[in-house]
Design a protein around this ligand. Structure first.
Ligand SMILES: Cc1ncc(COP(=O)(O)O)c(C=O)c1O
Length: 392
């Protein structure tokens, strides 16, 4: 059996750095206590790891005070809290066709219940949102602009700084889904005028699943939407309004926090820009290799400047799912096929009716050989179709 070639890093990065596995094991064996609940030294030390990770992530995202960096299960969880915590009856929201269902569905539910109205901005031919379109869509009832930092389907990085400036000028709350960028693309919540940032731990931040979070900029009006234990002021009947409690309830996934800490430490050691540049070199090789194959359509932007290391493609005459199965069964290459939880983007690209695309996504442990093998595998699949066509 050939070794698995893993090109599904946009779903979750795999493998993680060895230090992540080692630290999680060691931490849980020796410091797996409930933080923020009890006063004995061991519990306080666990709390220090949680606080230290809050601080590291706050600095990493250009935040000011680490109490505004709160943990959740994943980005979907934080996006739900952001959307449900900010929007109220009569509000209008501007979002885009590039979004993942983690944004589209919470908005759709509120729209369906008659609470909000939503405008979706289409992307341009490159798969990028024009900030001028966002500006035009903002009206007096608009209380939030929410958008993706990078597409999980075609890998295009969106102009969040420009959109942030527009939102800041007109006093509209700006929320960003940084699921695919946190860890590889610079994020500075101050400079980008981001009020609410949602991230997940298990993708480019190289942590485990089950941990994510948000950064809420000071004075952003967000209500608490979850109530429960906080470990402090137990006699008070309401959930605590102060941060981080406003966005957290119940015992944290401490082993997840530990893994996230180790992932971030590894990224800082290597340099996020170094990781990104290396991934983008492989991405260029992949894109150019696929483009040379007859019958293959590649969906991405032209300039690597506007990109993360994700792209989509289709092979003429084949369903995306069939290509995925052949990559898996015949070549031991892991990828993802279908709509990738981003139905509006496929509707706009015209790939919805052909059931989506094949997505390849590169991570820090992929090599040139992986890319060569993937390109050759797609070439073989495309030529199989030709034989089939010829004999038909
Ligand atoms: C752009 C984007 N947003 C949100 C999510 C949801 O992330 P999670 O599953 O960690 O909640 C994903 C995951 O694929 C994503 O790519």
């Amino acid at each position: 059996m050939k070794d698995l070639i893993y090109l599904d890093n946009a779903a979750t990065t795999y493998p993680k750095p060895q230090s992540v596995y080692d630290y999680m094991y060691e931490f849980y064996r020796t410091q797996g206590f409930n933080p923020g609940r009890s006063g004995y030294d061991a519990s306080l030390e666990t709390e220090q790891v949680v606080q230290g990770t809050r601080r590291m992530l706050t600095d990493f995202f250009g935040g000011t005070d680490c109490k505004y960096l709160t943990f959740s299960y994943n980005a979907s969880d934080s996006l739900n809290m952001i959307i449900q915590g900010v929007l109220k009856k009569g509000d209008h929201v501007v979002t885009t066709n590039v979004e993942h269902n983690s944004v589209l569905r919470p908005l759709h539910h509120m729209k369906h219940d008659g609470v909000i109205e939503v405008t979706h901005i289409p992307m341009d031919d490159r798969g990028i949102i024009d900030p001028a379109d966002v500006k035009r869509a903002i009206r007096k009832e608009t209380s939030m602009v929410i958008m993706n930092h990078a597409s999980n389907v075609i890998g295009t990085v969106q102009p969040v700084k420009e959109v942030g400036e527009i939102c800041s000028d007109v006093g509209v709350c700006f929320a960003v889904d940084a699921c695919q960028t946190a860890g590889v693309v610079d994020i500075d919540v101050q400079e980008m005028h981001i009020n609410l940032l949602a991230f997940t731990g298990h993708k480019c931040l190289l942590g485990p699943t089950g941990i994510g979070g948000s950064y809420v900029r000071e004075d952003t009006p967000i209500r608490c939407t979850r109530f429960g234990g906080t470990g402090v002021r137990s006699a008070y009947p309401f959930h605590l309004d102060e941060f981080p409690y406003r966005m957290e309830c119940g015992t944290l996934n401490i082993v997840g926090v530990a893994g996230l800490k180790a992932g971030l430490e590894w990224i800082k050691e290597q340099g996020a820009d170094v990781i990104h540049e290396r991934e983008m070199r492989l991405w260029l090789k992949l894109r150019d290799g696929l483009r040379e194959i007859d019958g293959v359509t590649v969906y991405c932007a032209e300039s690597p400047e506007d990109h993360i290391s994700v792209l989509s493609f289709n092979v003429e005459g084949w369903e995306a799912a069939d290509v995925g199965t052949m990559l898996d069964v015949d070549h031991n290459i892991a990828c993802r096929t279908g709509l990738h939880c981003a139905p509006l983007l496929h509707r706009q690209m015209g790939t919805e009716k052909i059931h989506g695309t094949v997505r390849l996504s590169i991570g820090p442990f992929n090599t040139e050989e992986h890319i060569d093998t993937a390109v050759e595998a797609v070439r073989e699949i495309a030529s199989l179709k030709k034989i089939k066509n010829t004999s038909a």
